[in-house]
Design a protein around this ligand. Sequence first.
Ligand SMILES: CC(C)(COP(=O)(O)OP(=O)(O)OC[C@H]1O[C@@H](n2cnc3c(N)ncnc32)[C@H](O)[C@@H]1OP(=O)(O)O)[C@@H](O)C(=O)NCCC(=O)NCCS
Length: 160
Amino acid sequence: MTTSVYVRKARIQDVRPIHALLMDCSKQGLLLPRSFSQLYSHLRDFFVLAQDGGGVLGCCALSITWEDLAEVRSLAIVSEMRSRGWGRRLVEACLSEAVTLGIFRVFTLTYQTHFFEHLGFEVVSKDNLPQKVWADCLHCPKFPDCDEIAMSITLRPDCS
Ligand SMILES: CC(C)(COP(=O)(O)OP(=O)(O)OC[C@H]1O[C@@H](n2cnc3c(N)ncnc32)[C@H](O)[C@@H]1OP(=O)(O)O)[C@@H](O)C(=O)NCCC(=O)NCCS
């Protein structure tokens, strides 16, 4: 029997596996970890790659920054499931949600520039992002020497 894998909105039971996945990737320096407190507060931002019978194989969050701007963050796929299109599917779910919310500009701070270029994002100057973006950065261990690259995409209203 084959197990089915699909993208859906996160549920409260997903918090621990999301936390474990983000911790795992953060230990490799690929992204920033998120605390349980942050995950519970922002759970509604998250999509997960889920499999039948439970288990989280990936996650990605869309966080609203301002009236015309949102951020894709906390993107991770378990290593066994990479390069099968699931990262793209998770980001597309977030972009579609942004359009549904009426937000047409989405940015990310990332080391995975080639992956995001494939999805239509372009490198932008960090100076083009509003001050509000940097509020979270105050709590980042890398502050103020952030080496992540800022990228953004402008969406069309009909692409949800
Ligand atoms: C980055 C990551 C989420 C990508 O997910 P993935 O499922 O492996 O990527 P996909 O299979 O969906 O790839 C989507 C497209 O991007 C391309 N791509 C993926 N990774 C790429 C890379 N490093 N360089 C260039 N292209 C890449 C793929 O070829 C694919 O192109 P296609 O749709 O034309 O075939 C995954 O590798 C990961 O979890 N990495 C560790 C955590 C991390 O770095 N997160 C990013 C934090 S911002």
